[in-house]
Design a protein around this ligand. Sequence first.
Ligand code: ZN
Length: 175
Amino acid sequence: MFIAHAPSGYLLGKLLQQLPHCSLAPRALMLACVAGATVPDVDLLYFYLADGRQTHHHQYFSHWPLLWLSLATLSIAWLGVRRHSPWAQGSLAFTLGGLLHMLLDSFVGDVWWLAPFHDEAYALFSVPARYHPWWLSFVLHWSFAVELLICVSATLVYVYRRPSRMEQPSCPPSA
Ligand SMILES: [Zn+2]
């Protein structure tokens, strides 16, 4: 997935903001979701600058779904102990963002779902390498419409959003 990770994190943040009993500030919750949804791809820096593009960056530990599942499980356990802790809530939001990234990458990209225990990649759909440069094959594949749909949805939610608790005026305007 190329362009939809940050918008998908935004949609996740808007969804989680609807949950009751969330003591985390809405903006902090949104930041945690968007950061979690995008941070796995920071490994592209290592891919290009250090690894010399020798290893598929989805094979790095930052793209191991079992890592994100483990972190989410730890966050849930943390919430079980400290239910109203904003840090525990932020940790869970961040790891859910990371898990969302893994799911979206699995749509048309190879993801090593059982790494580091089993060396096999899984993808829901595959994109044939038809065009040059390589990324053109992804952009011209039908699956890119799903990315655009996520981006358009996030844009519409942003434009037509209701003001959060932090943005609501504290007193009604005078007549
Ligand atoms: Zn990724």
